[in-house]
Design a protein around this ligand. Structure first.
Ligand SMILES: [Zn+2]
Length: 164
């Protein structure tokens, strides 16, 4: 996490007057998007300036999930959409996947025949062996990370550590 003053001018760290908030608490805010994809497009934004999902403290992740669920239910009630997309992007190499540079979750109501195009550009279905291999790699990375965390916790007793 970055120091509190690291982004004192960042628009998502300091909200303009008349921001159309739908929720505010100590950890997060939610508002109607400045350029909504559809009416009632809500953004959920942690108050702390972190760019990526994996940088957020576990407790904050839990809070954001709770808040996103609660607001998604509300969006569902106010506009009866055909679907709702929940989106966020970690822009790890600066290609512009997250234009704001501050973690956010979009709650986007979707309607039959809407013009929103999320082109997943799926490749041909990989073989079962390939998928098993990728699964093994991700499991190994999780295990290695946990091992590093555990080793760190042993070196510094009482230090906070990730929950599994
Ligand atoms: Zn920020």
């Amino acid at each position: 996490m970055q120091p509190a003053d690291a982004h004192k001018d960042h628009p998502f760290c300091h909200w303009a007057p008349h921001t159309p908030f739908v929720h505010q608490d100590q950890l997060a805010v939610a508002l109607i998007d400045r350029r909504p994809i559809h009416r009632y497009h809500v953004l959920v934004v942690p108050r702390e300036h972190d760019q990526n999902f994996v940088d957020l403290p576990d407790e904050l992740v839990a809070h954001l999930s709770w808040l996103t669920k609660r607001l998604s239910q509300a969006v569902r009630e106010v506009c009866s959409p055909d679907a709702i997309s929940h989106l966020s992007d970690d822009d790890l190499t600066g290609l512009g996947f997250n234009l704001v540079g501050h973690y956010e979750i979009h709650i986007i109501p979707r309607f039959r025949g809407d013009r929103v195009c999320i082109d997943w550009g799926r490749e041909a279905e990989p073989s079962p062996g390939l998928r098993l291999g990728w699964a093994a790699e991700v499991r190994a990375a999780c295990a290695a990370r946990q091992e590093r965390m555990d080793a760190g916790a042993r070196r510094a007793p009482g230090a906070p550590r990730d929950r599994r």
